[in-house]
Ligand binder design. Structure first.
Ligand code: PLP
Length: 408
């Protein structure tokens, strides 16, 4: 008896994050806020433990005319002014490639569209070994396999593993579809240097002599880079792509605007030749119409209004939290390094990840919970969500964690 398609994997999602988030919540109710360290929540929280909702963003949204909120979007690919503003905000003036934009429901929509439409069932998607869990789920739902590249060689990007993974996949299929989540990689907080990006592009150009290449650059956390607008300069490296490479940048308003629930983002399509963009866009537009039809009009209008009329306030408000994130990560890393608590190379972003094998991880994760410290297990590590951890809770945490680690 099958009520769903035969080819789909029917195993329920094991949502490890929400189970632990819930356990942390219950512990806080039982033992009190002060007794619990909740480093599970992957959204930005302030020092008082409240979700950050930037005032410029939500004042803008609430000031929109009801009819703007009520309306359908102007097209299946998004409102023209939204698309223009996304292009300007994301790329600044760092690209001379042909570009088009498709509005999507968050970064998820942009990533999902690439997995749905750029690979056939049975082909392979290339993702990082330590990664946001949805990539593998999207592949599974499309009967696409995954190959994972090892992320680090010491404290640098593991270019050799990246190359070997691509070369293996090229033996089996006519194209490469690769995800690089950068800058502020989830969950390690790594960001590639400009040289590392140049090396990646140089290699993909070689691959493109025999295979079509789609490079999906997931930039969900880019607006929290400690380098701020300089973090967008690496897009210039994409100007070097060959004709047989298409870059899709997955942009999300969820983090950039602290508007996770509004479900708005975009896929920016970049290529040397207009024909390449046209092909991808034609198919993505149909995919959009067939799945979500069109995007939240109010969210798009809000983004345009913030960019046009509230940019200074928005940047000021966000800068405060970027600075706070830096203070939290500096404190955690300083203490972790002092006590020798091993972590993956962190540069910037919402999470720091402690490095260990999966067996030790499982035991450590439980031992931490026994001491009311809640974290999230990731492949080969323990994710510490400094984005939601106050400075007060961060202080002394690495030392406590190391002491607990020493007991197991
Ligand atoms: N990419 C990464 C790495 C993420 O961590 C997330 C959200 O957690 C997303 C993309 C997509 O988020 P959204 O669909 O809310 O834009």
């Amino acid at each position: 008896m099958n009520f769903v398609k035969d080819s789909v994997n029917q195993e329920p999602i094991v949502d490890t994050v929400f189970v632990i988030v819930d356990a942390a919540k219950k512990a806080k109710e039982k033992f009190g806020e002060d007794a619990v360290v909740d480093a599970t929540i992957g959204s930005l929280y302030d020092e008082e433990g409240r979700l950050v909702a930037l005032p410029s963003v939500f004042e803008s949204l609430k000031n929109l005319d009801n009819r703007v909120l009520a309306k359908y979007a102007a097209s299946f690919t998004g409102n023209p002014d939204f698309k223009d503003h996304v292009k300007k905000w994301v790329l600044q003036d760092h690209s001379s490639l042909y570009t088009d934009v498709i509005a999507t429901p968050g970064g998820t929509g942009a990533v999902g569209m690439v997995v749905n439409e750029c690979l056939d069932p049975g082909q392979t998607l290339i993702i990082p070994e330590i990664a946001w869990g949805s990539y593998a789920l999207m592949a599974q739902m499309n009967n696409v396999d995954v190959a994972r590249y090892h992320l680090f060689d010491g404290d640098r990007f593991d270019l050799d593993s990246f190359k070997k993974t691509c070369e293996e996949v090229m033996k089996k299929q006519d194209r490469l579809v690769i995800i690089i989540n950068d800058p502020c990689h989830n969950p390690t907080g790594y960001s590639l240097s400009r040289k590392e990006w140049s090396d990646v592009i140089e290699f993909l150009n070689v691959c493109s002599q025999t295979h079509s290449v789609v490079l999906l650059n997931d930039i969900a956390y880019i607006d929290y880079s400690y380098r701020q607008e300089k973090a967008k300069e690496y897009f210039e490296v994409f100007d070097q792509i060959s004709d047989n490479v298409v870059v899709v940048i997955a942009f999300s308003l969820s983090k950039s605007m602290t508007s996770y629930g509004l479900r708005c983002g975009a896929a920016l399509l970049l290529a040397k030749k207009e024909e390449a963009i046209d092909q991808v866009k034609t198919v993505f537009e149909k995919d959009a119409r067939a799945t979500w039809s069109n995007i939240n009009n109010g969210a798009m209008a809000m983004f345009v209004d913030v960019m046009d009329h509230r940019l200074e306030d928005y940047e000021k408000e966000k800068a405060y939290y970027v600075d706070l994130l830096k203070k939290r990560s500096d404190l955690f890393l300083k203490e972790a390094n002092e006590v020798g608590l091993a972590h993956y190379p962190y540069k910037e972003g919402f999470f720091v990840t402690l490095s260990m094998d999966n067996d030790l991880r499982d035991r450590f994760h439980q031992a931490l919970m026994d001491e009311h410290i809640y974290t999230v297990k990731v492949n080969q590590g323990i994710r510490v969500a400094i984005c939601s951890l106050s400075l007060e809770k961060t202080k002394g945490l690495a030392k406590r964690m190391k002491e607990i680690l020493n007991t197991i």
